[in-house]
Design a protein around this ligand. Sequence first.
Ligand SMILES: [Zn+2]
Length: 196
Amino acid sequence: MACPECDLLQRIGSLPKEETAVCLRCGAFLRRGAHESLDIPLTISFVALLLFGAANAFPLLVLQLHGSVQLATIPGCVNALVSLGWPWLAAILITTVVLAPPVYLGGLIYVLIQARRKHTTRWAMRIFRIVLEFQPWGMTEVFLLGILVAYVRLNDMAIVIPGASLYALAAFTVAMATLITSLDPRAVWDALEGGL
Ligand SMILES: [Zn+2]
């Protein structure tokens, strides 16, 4: 890494706990050797993946209007956007809500398992780079907000019951926020480099 003070490029090996690395040239603080356990982000990743599966398997909203019952699901939302003539919006929904979360979580779980086993392959490093690129593309929280707005507005016209998927999606959003705060990419890089 480059020193934040003088830009000197230095390679920092894995640091034991409670040791700090300082710049060779100017003595500026570079990083602390707080090796966080990778078990916590790994467990949260599994939980988030299960919640994501549940969010896709059940209805988001159940609408009752004039005796007929309509189920709104995530795949149903994609179909509805296509049939309304908004394929681009459907593509954005697929990318940010349907594809990005499982690609991110699946890749992350693979990388974290490899890092924990200290048996690193070049693939794990490549996949971790892709996973980090994918992280900003998951936008389920924006989608959830949209569903909540729809729920409030539709309530005036029909009987709207929140489905199991809505709760799963809300729990998934919380799990993802917890995952991102508990995951220290540098700790993962250290573990991966240690296994090479
Ligand atoms: Zn320096």
